[in-house]
Design a protein around this ligand. Structure first.
Ligand SMILES: Nc1nc2c(ncn2[C@@H]2O[C@H](COP(=O)(O)OP(=O)(O)O)[C@@H](O)[C@H]2O)c(=O)[nH]1
Ligand SMILES: [Mg+2]
Length: 309
């Protein structure tokens, strides 16, 4: 699923209500007046762009409209697309493989159930398909099922998984995996982690420990700490990112489950708030349902051409 058309289809649950809403407000109001901007802000809020981002987009749009003397809904819509694109463009980045040192070590974090393990397996598959040697590490040792889940992905994708038993020290598993990845000259070591411990404090302490133990082996690793969020969680993802960011510096975002949610606008809110690179988006459960984030394609899928004046 790398094509723009695929993304367009998968984003339909977010796009359709937004398109219908926008059509409705433009139909009833031929003039670009205050009430139209207010109605526009409401539509953005409903697509889960959040209060702050919706307000700031609409206020930028009002300025642009004054400067460029927009007179038609079509111009306003184009202005909205451009404004969103400016926000998202800051977060588009090349993929991870620009650095020369091997293995590249990527730690995946995030709350339980958001799609961490699936996203990690999709990434592993992607890098393997591109010709790289890949390994995964099962550091969600809190749940036995989590270890088995990663092992079963490994078996399906023919990718080695370093694991210990349920309850093992996650940092020790990460350290072992790094040693094995070095010995086997692996290109990418992808480390899964737990989304739940007995308390949130325990979880954050464990992530810090993983990072510290890895840094003892090599101060440059992990090269990336990515947080996966579930787009269906809407505005809650903002506080999730904030909480993890306090414990461990994040280098990028993966936004899973953009298919089947009306809340895809949260991508814009995340971009505006954190300005972190959005590395990947997940648009389905299959291993190929992963795309590098492309701001142009995303905006085209979110705000299509509409039959407005
Ligand atoms: N529809 C859809 N489901 C996803 C996506 N990513 C993950 N999932 C599903 O979300 C559920 C939880 O995923 P998992 O990777 O186990 O989450 P984790 O607890 O964060 O590791 C699984 O049923 C996945 O198949 C996605 O992009 N789209
Ligand atoms: Mg998991």
């Amino acid at each position: 699923m790398a094509s723009g058309e695929g993304l367009f289809a998968r984003l339909s649950s977010t796009r359709q209500p937004l398109s219908t809403g926008l059509l409705g407000i433009f139909k009833g109001r031929p003039a670009l007046d205050d009430s139209l901007y207010e109605a526009l802000e409401d539509q953005l809020l409903m697509a889960d762009l959040g209060v702050y981002t919706s307000q700031s987009l609409v206020s930028t749009l009002r300025q642009k409209s004054r400067q460029n003397k927009y007179t038609t809904a079509q111009q306003l819509l184009q202005g909205l697309r451009e404004t969103i694109l400016e926000t998202l463009g800051n977060c588009q980045q090349n993929e991870l493989n620009s650095r020369p040192d091997r293995p590249q070590v990527i730690l995946m974090v995030g709350v339980n159930g958001v799609g961490k393990t699936t996203t990690l397996a999709k990434m592993a598959n992607r890098y393997q398909d591109m010709g790289s040697k890949v390994m995964m590490a099962a550091c969600d040792t809190f749940r036995a099922a989590a270890i088995e889940q990663l092992q079963s992905w490994g078996a399906r994708l023919d990718i080695p998984v370093v694991a210990q038993s349920h309850g093992a020290d996650a940092a020790a598993v990460a350290f072992d995996a790094y040693s094995a990845a070095c010995a086997r000259k692996v290109d990418y070591l992808l480390i899964d982690s737990a989304g739940r411990q007995h308390t949130d404090g325990d979880l954050m302490a464990q992530l810090k420990k993983i990072k510290n133990v890895l840094a003892k082996a090599n101060p440059d690793i992990p090269h990336e700490v990515l947080i996966t969020v579930d787009a269906g969680n809407g505005q809650n993802v903002i506080s999730q990112v904030e909480n993890f960011q306090k414990a461990i510096p994040l280098t990028g975002l993966c936004i899973a489950k953009l298919d089947g949610t009306a809340r895809g606008g949260v991508v814009v809110a995340l971009a505006e708030k954190f300005r972190l690179p959005i590395k990947f988006i997940g648009v389905g459960e299959a291993v190929t349902d992963l795309s590098p984030f492309n701001a142009d394609k995303f905006v085209a899928a979110l705000l299509p051409d509409l039959p407005v004046g």
